[in-house]
Design a protein around this ligand. Structure first.
Ligand code: PGA
Length: 251
């Protein structure tokens, strides 16, 4: 059964005191989290361990990225083995900013998905087209290639453990969100694509989140789309009140 999930991607924001204050503000409001909605925050790596303690059990903590390698001479990297050993069991993989600024291609992202699953970490696998690709009518083929290359080597059991986030790149941090129709159309397409490669049960077990300028005003409409199972929220997850409104919209 697919779950409703609202995940906040903090990206490279917040000092340590600010991060603590945000988590405290969210925890103070934890009674407002609807039953059945899983809430996740993805703070910067240095804060993962202390915030996972401060936020538990109402809110889970996710890493924003991890290495495809388990250990070794990879200066600056953090492995999924390390995350798992710190009880961080969720990791965003293949965010468009990783693709754009750090050269992550579908092949690298596939190996990162594998590293997560190998270490019992739930990958939140991100996909989404550029504006030029949408304007050229290539958004379905782009997203299909991303999903296929990163996920379709997995067994049905493995792929069922993945959360997919559809994040059109033109909607990330721009204030321009996909319309409800555009979001639903792509989410339905991704689910049908997974069903075709695996089966309907597998497709129905995968949560597909929408990301890209989700805010307190538009979340309820987006999350009401039948194939949208919640959101991956950037900017609006940095304010406790806005993030809580978005969490409630996933009910
Ligand atoms: P945004 O970011 O909500 O600020 O557009 C979403 C994301 O990058 O995950």
């Amino acid at each position: 059964m697919r779950k409703k999930i609202v995940a906040g991607n903090w990206k490279m924001n917040k000092s340590w005191p600010e991060a603590q204050a945000l988590v405290h503000a969210l925890i103070e409001k934890k009674a407002m989290i609807p039953a059945g909605v899983q809430v996740i925050i993805a703070p910067p790596a240095p804060y993962l361990q202390p915030l996972s303690v401060a936020a538990a059990p109402a809110i889970a903590v996710a890493a924003q990225n991890c290495s495809q390698h388990d250990s070794g001479a990879y200066t600056g990297e953090i492995s999924s083995v390390m995350l798992a050993s710190m009880h961080v069991n969720i990791c965003i993989i293949g965010h468009s900013e990783r693709r754009q600024f750090y050269g992550e291609n579908n092949e690298i992202i596939r190996t990162k998905v594998d590293a997560c699953l190998r270490n019992a970490i739930t990958p939140i696998f991100c996909c989404g087209e550029l504006l030029a690709e949408r304007n050229a009518g290539e958004h379905f083929t782009t997203v299909a290639a991303q999903v296929k290359d990163a996920l379709f080597h997995l067994s049905a059991e493995e792929v069922s453990k993945v959360v997919i986030a559809y994040e059109p790149v033109w909607a990330i941090g721009t204030g321009v969100t996909a319309s409800n129709e555009q979001a639903e159309e792509m989410h339905a397409f991704i689910r049908a694509f997974v069903s075709k490669n695996y089966n309907q049960d597998v497709a129905d077990s995968i949560s597909i989140l929408y990301g890209g300028s989700v805010n307190a005003a538009n979340a309820a409409e987006l999350f009401a789309c039948p194939n949208v199972d919640g959101g991956l929220v950037g900017g609006a997850s940095l304010k406790a009140d806005d993030f809580m409104t978005i969490i409630q919209a996933a009910q």
